[in-house]
Design a binder for this molecule. Structure first.
Ligand code: NOJ
Length: 548
């Protein structure tokens, strides 16, 4: 068989890092993170091994939804700095060979956006049809309410216009009307505005929800997918190196729709996999992962999953069954104050009971299963959360650079959100400690980079009789073995993950692809250790093994 060599795109094996601008690093002493503050921390991010930064919204906004309510797509929120600061940040990121993507909420705007202000005042004017207006607040009854904690309807009455407007999220976030071609033009033009500044791509927020149709649930409609194709064609034509990652929190088969035939988005967040990683930990069974994987393989060329454990939202459990949700609640929701909507607003480390082995196991899965990994700021050193804060603010507290009152985040006494703190939980405390979680994360990133097959290679589950053991062989695909004479490029990497709370003896089948002996590349014992069948993998331990 011959394999056409399709060059790999940069994002397919990149390591991503999500930053909430307002809580990352304050350079002005006002308690609010700034764009300049991010530029100051590029050294750290590069040291860690990050390839691409994702900035959550930093546009002009009343911040009713932490910036996902955009009031002006072309302006930087003054709290975070200026447009010049943003341009300087792109230049600084690129100077280090790193990339930068931003978040774009295209489904809705803030009520404060001038389009909405005009639309409500003048139904027949230029913006009259920019939003989804109607006289019947019971239209589209099939469309679910997403922010169940705050909203009881997707319609709100606007006194000015004397009509209802439709909103998937908070009432302060009216949905744009994609049946209006002018809205398409606006979107393409604001994309050009940012891309022309040299950006490397976008995260497409809430992208399944662009259209509504009677009798349907209003998610992933053909019209929405068609618009995404239009967006992709525009990007390919004007910015062929850039990429888009879709936030499409949908059932697995539907999630794949967002790749199309490689003509929709380049990357989709791996919502099908994410809850299964938690399920495996909660049940000490590998099966939740083994069972979903076949549905996630064989993507079109250039398409990739964005793997993640946590982000700025709750741990979303909308797409699991009720039984699975109850199981996850009983494992990870000890107190109802930690619930947000249908999910759980906690960070990774507390979700794992701050158990180092479990945290490392989860990281090893995120970095070791097919896809590109996304770290959420602070996750790399086990930051805690604050469940006394409302909604998802619990997981959006300031980055902990140092111990002490301002955590090295700010010199102000009144940070944007309270600092959580915790002994030993900061960059400064962990950076020089070779045994710290931070140093582990950095080594894991390095190991992942040394093995591109983890992101883009073949995936083959190894059958083992032990239900708590996940055993996988990864090999580089033939078309990616650039140096044909290099025997390493076709050597298998065997990954073992133990979900049991006790050590397990490694069965012989697990090491068959390594002729019975593996060498630990990274894992729960020292690198270089030889592993043979019958040897033990620790409780919640993992090994990435190469041949001797
Ligand atoms: C998904 C974002 O991740 C979330 O934070 C936001 O509230 C909604 N979309 C609405 O934009």
């Amino acid at each position: 068989m011959t394999h056409a060599h399709i060059p790999r795109r940069w994002y397919e094996n990149a390591v991503f890092y999500q930053i909430l601008v307002g809580v990352f690093n304050d350079t002005e002493g006002r308690g609010i993170g700034t764009l300049k503050g991010i530029a100051e921390k590029l050294d750290y991010l590069q040291w860690l091994g990050i390839d691409c930064l994702w900035l959550s919204p930093f546009y002009a906004s009343p911040l009713r939804d932490d910036g996902y309510d955009i009031a002006d797509y072309r302006a930087v929120h003054p709290d975070y700095g200026t447009m010049e600061d943003f341009e300087d940040l792109i230049a600084a990121v690129h100077a280090r060979g790193m990339k930068l993507i931003t978040d774009l909420a295209l489904n809705h705007t803030s009520m404060d956006h001038h389009w909405f202000q005009e639309s409500r005042k003048d139904p027949h004017g230029r913006y009259g049809d920019y939003y989804v207006w109607g006289d019947d607040p019971h239209r589209y009854p099939e469309i679910r309410i997403i922010f169940t904690d705050a909203e009881t309807s997707n319609w709100s009455f606007d006194e000015v216009r004397g009509q209802y407007y439709f909103h998937r999220f908070y009432k302060e976030q009216p949905d744009l009307n994609y049946d209006n071609p002018d809205v398409h033009e606006e979107v393409l033009s604001l994309i050009d505005f940012w891309m022309d500044k040299g950006l490397d791509g976008f995260r497409l927020d809430a992208i399944p929800y662009l259209y509504e149709r009677d009798g349907l649930g209003g998610e992933s409609l053909p019209e929405t997918l068609e618009f995404i194709e239009k967006l992709r064609a525009h990007m390919d034509k004007h910015y062929p190196d850039a990429f888009m990652v879709a936030e499409a929190n949908q059932p697995p088969a539907e999630t794949r729709e967002y790749f199309g035939d490689g003509d929709r988005v380049h990357m989709v967040f791996n919502f099908p996999l994410m809850p299964r990683l938690y399920q495996a930990i909660a049940t000490s069974q590998a099966s939740p992962i083994v069972e979903i994987m076949p549905e996630l393989l064989h993507l079109p060329a250039g398409a990739q999953w964005g793997n993640f454990l946590r982000n700025h939202d709750e741990l979303t459990l909308e797409m699991v069954t009720e039984i699975e949700r109850d199981l996850l609640y009983s494992a990870f929701l000890p107190d109802d104050s930690m619930r947000a909507h249908l999910g759980i607003a906690r960070r990774l480390a507390p979700l794992m009971d701050n158990d180092r082995a479990k945290i490392e196991l989860m990281f090893a899965l995120m970095f070791g299963l097919p896809g590109a990994p996304f770290l959420y700021y602070g996750e790399e050193f086990g930051m805690h959360d604050d469940s006394s804060l409302q909604d998802r603010d619990a997981v959006r507290t300031p980055m902990q650079w140092e111990p002490g009152p301002g955590a090295g985040f700010t010199t102000s006494d009144t940070p944007k959100r309270p600092i959580v703190g915790g002994e030993g939980i900061s960059v400064a405390e962990q950076r020089h400690d070779p045994h710290s979680l931070l140093r582990f994360t950095r080594s894991l990133i390095a190991a992942r980079k040394a093995h591109p097959e983890l992101g883009i290679g073949n995936y083959e589950a190894i059958e083992v009789a032990e239900p708590a053991l996940l055993a996988i062989t990864r090999t580089l695909k033939v078309e990616d073995r650039v140096i044909a004479s290099d025997p390493l490029s076709s050597a298998p990497l065997v990954c073992l993950y133990n979900f049991a709370p006790h050590p397990l003896a490694i069965p012989p089948q697990a090491l068959a692809n390594l002729s019975g002996i593996g060498r630990v590349e990274i894992g729960s014992v020292e690198a270089g250790t030889e592993i043979r069948s019958g040897d033990v993998i620790p409780a919640f331990g993992f090994f990435w093994l190469t041949a001797q």
